[in-house]
Design a protein around this ligand. Sequence first.
Ligand code: PXP
Length: 248
Amino acid sequence: MTQNQLRLGVNIDHVATVRNARGGAYPDPIRAAKLAEEAGADGITAHLREDRRHITDADIDGLMEALSVPLNFEMAATDEMQKIALRHKPHAVCIVPEKREERTTEGGLEVAREENRLAHFIAPLRDAGCRVSIFIAADKKQIEAAHRIGAEVIELHTGAYCDYHAEGNFEARDRELEALRDMSAYAHSLGLEVHAGHGLTYDTVAPIAAFPEVRELNIGHFLIGEAIFRGLTPAVQEMRRLMDDARA
Ligand code: PXP
């Protein structure tokens, strides 16, 4: 992988959502992860939520065993999740905010508000060799706090940008894109590795992929949905192509 190349992390949570709708074993998120890997994913992302609504503990065991590419383990900053992460020691851990009542991860983490607690929370994860990433909005205050607590990576929340695009509110979309661009450059200037994700689709990925500071995109829901129509392998390959074209 060259310095200019952008990694694609495929989030397989929603294969588990479909499986859990019936409570059986199909479709299998591990099989999806292996297919995504073969199709060009550089990593697999999975979010073990407190309520286990999609990914389960057994899925994490299976992913750790089966994957040849790194696992990015998304988790809330709770003692339970820290224990699980320390048991598995995945390549990467991404700390996300989590509310039981939300449908998906709605906003970024409020790092600035609980800086002390988070600094203590991520220290053992870093000591265990996990690359710690913090999922935040494009907000200078949060980026500076993430830097102060010792995170190596920030993942910028692209959800608002994608929502504005879907609503046809292009003025707001472009304002959000500008903030994401500025904050990618700012975070990079502090020495943080910059990732981005949430809500990205074929229509919205290119402007984000074109930010030179961004090193990784994590994409899930759209790809799993698109896989219904064209299959997971072509769905991932097309995302990979759009990312590479935007970068070139
Ligand atoms: N990055 C983070 C930190 C997330 O929490 C999620 C959703 O689980 C994603 C990326 C992927 O978002 P989406 O499924 O909307 O592509």
